[in-house]
Design a protein around this ligand. Structure first.
Ligand code: S3P
Length: 180
């Protein structure tokens, strides 16, 4: 396992905000896989979905994790909400680093993603129904893909970061996580 910290979870669970703060605090680099894909493809995620479809995007996600496994260390990696859906990705994520699942309640998730136009899977009517369906499908996937789950409802960024660091230092100690 590499010594990275990988954040997974549903859209709006705070992966990017927590990841950036955590990286600043412990002086790690920060990578967001959606931004990485947008940069390499020179297209917005919504355009990729529109032009090439979801399957194509999922292939880009798989390629991204493989590339990050060979190129990163001491990095906080925030992933797109669908990253662990493919079984092979879930396995690769655990090679990439210590995998932390950030879990927000359905109610808070809906509040955070309401009005957002950048996420193709939430576009259209019936946001509540979409979120409910996707969360129900994905919850067990996130649980299985993570080394550790943190429920983020009503706790501060500081506390979330503290919990991550506590787990990370123990996990690194027991697994011999490597910066190589
Ligand atoms: C997706 C989540 C998005 C982005 C894409 C698909 C998903 O990332 O990768 O729109 O399937 O949950 P965020 O979780 O950062 O919003």
């Amino acid at each position: 396992m590499k010594n990275n910290i990988v954040l997974i979870g549903f859209m709006g669970s705070g992966k990017t905000s927590v990841g950036k703060r955590l990286a600043g605090k412990i002086k790690y680099k920060f990578i967001d896989t959606d931004e990485w894909i947008e940069k390499t493809e020179k297209m917005k995620i919504s355009e990729i979905f529109e032009k090439h479809g979801e399957e194509y995007f999922r292939n880009l996600e798989t390629n991204t994790i493989k590339e990050l496994i060979s190129s990163t260390k001491s990095t906080i990696i925030s992933t797109g909400g669908g990253m662990p859906l493919r079984e092979c990705n879930a396995r690769l994520l655990k090679e990439l680093g210590v995998v932390i699942y950030l879990k927000a309640s359905e109610e808070i998730t809906i509040k955070r993603v309401k009005g957002d136009t950048t996420r193709p899977l939430l576009a259209g009517d019936n946001l509540e129904e979409r979120v409910n369906r996707l969360l129900t499908e994905r919850m067990p996937v996130y649980e299985a893909a993570a080394h550790k789950k943190i429920i983020t409802d009503n706790i501060s960024f500081e506390l979330i970061i503290e919990e991550i660091m506590k787990y990370y230092s123990e996990a690194a100690f027991f697994s011999g996580a490597s910066g190589n």
